[in-house]
Design a protein around this ligand. Structure first.
Ligand SMILES: [Zn+2]
Ligand SMILES: [Zn+2]
Length: 133
């Protein structure tokens, strides 16, 4: 059994998942925007549930809020209102295909130029600030 791990690739400005046998299965992500929006959340899954759970950030067009939703759900929906959500790996939620990405399993999270739920500009950044298990 193997788990995703991140390694920086300075040549291509991307993060690639490499095979890693360890305990840490998820990442702590910080999202921030110049408008003042700031939120930290955990992505990925834990030791007990990583085959069925991959929590990833998504946008709910109804709540106009970022929500953390299981990407492996058959029908991912907003935990607040039940609307269908758009995950932040969807091209409609970021403005630049060439920014680096943080990969967990097969989910590529752009590092910047994403839709900010507060101000509505493509100025939201994501950064990995830690790991959890
Ligand atoms: Zn909602
Ligand atoms: Zn903003």
């Amino acid at each position: 059994m193997s788990y995703g791990w991140l390694v920086s690739n300075p040549i291509f400005n991307t993060y690639e998942a490499i095979e890693f046998n360890g305990d840490s299965l998820g990442e702590i992500i910080e999202s921030s925007c110049p408008c003042g929006y700031h939120r930290e959340f955990c992505r990925g899954g834990g030791m007990q549930n990583f085959t069925t759970v991959d929590m990833e950030p998504a946008y709910c067009p109804h709540c106009r809020e970022m929500v953390i939703v299981n990407n492996l759900d058959r029908r991912p929906m907003c935990p607040i209102c039940g609307w269908e959500v758009i995950f932040y790996n969807d091209p409609s939620l970021f403005s630049d295909q060439d920014v680096g990405t943080y990969v967990w399993r097969d989910f590529e999270l752009p590092s910047e130029k994403c839709l900010c739920p507060k101000c509505g500009n493509m100025t939201l950044r994501f950064s990995v600030v830690g790991m959890f298990d």
